[in-house]
Design a binder for this molecule. Structure first.
Ligand SMILES: [Zn+2]
Length: 154
């Protein structure tokens, strides 16, 4: 089981996470390379923060549609940030135009980067979060790594 080397903060405020989203509810899409993805239930419009710092390498912000079907797979608004040590973080299902950073922008850990939504292959408003390595050529996805958040330890 591959774990992330870097330390990540929660990508959203702890108070906005609904009960089922703590630590990752299983979505049918969380298999194969995506198996360490985490879903956090939160109302549409919740503030999303960079879980680690560095450079925004991938953005989609123009989708208005989503639903519980694979036909929406490519319709999720998404941000990907490249960090040190070959690690990346991704934030998905953001609301229409819910991205407040630009491609190539440098961001710090904890900086506001966007707003949650329900676009793409999604069964309800939530944030899909993943840390990955071995990026695809366009850096939009890769092999997910296991990550834990000190904020969620009991
Ligand atoms: Zn997910």
């Amino acid at each position: 089981m591959a774990r992330a080397k870097l330390k990540y903060r929660l990508p959203l405020g702890k108070k906005v996470i609904s009960a089922w989203g703590k630590g990752g509810r299983e979505h049918p899409a969380h298999t194969g390379l995506l198996k360490h993805s985490l879903d956090f239930a939160c109302a549409v419009g919740s503030r999303i923060y960079a879980a680690q710092g560095s450079t925004v390498v991938w953005i989609k912000r123009d989708s208005r549609i989503g639903g519980p079907s694979k036909k929406f797979w490519l319709n999720g608004n998404r941000i990907v940030i490249a960090h040190r040590d070959g690690e990346y973080s991704a934030y998905e299902h953001l609301r229409y135009r819910g991205v407040v950073v630009r491609l190539g922008q440098r961001v710090r850990k904890g900086q506001l980067i966007g707003y949650s939504g329900n676009t793409g292959y999604s069964t309800g408003p939530h944030l899909h979060f993943e840390v990955f390595t071995k990026p695809s050529p366009d850096q939009s996805e890769g092999t997910t790594l296991q990550v834990t958040f000190p904020e969620l330890k009991r």
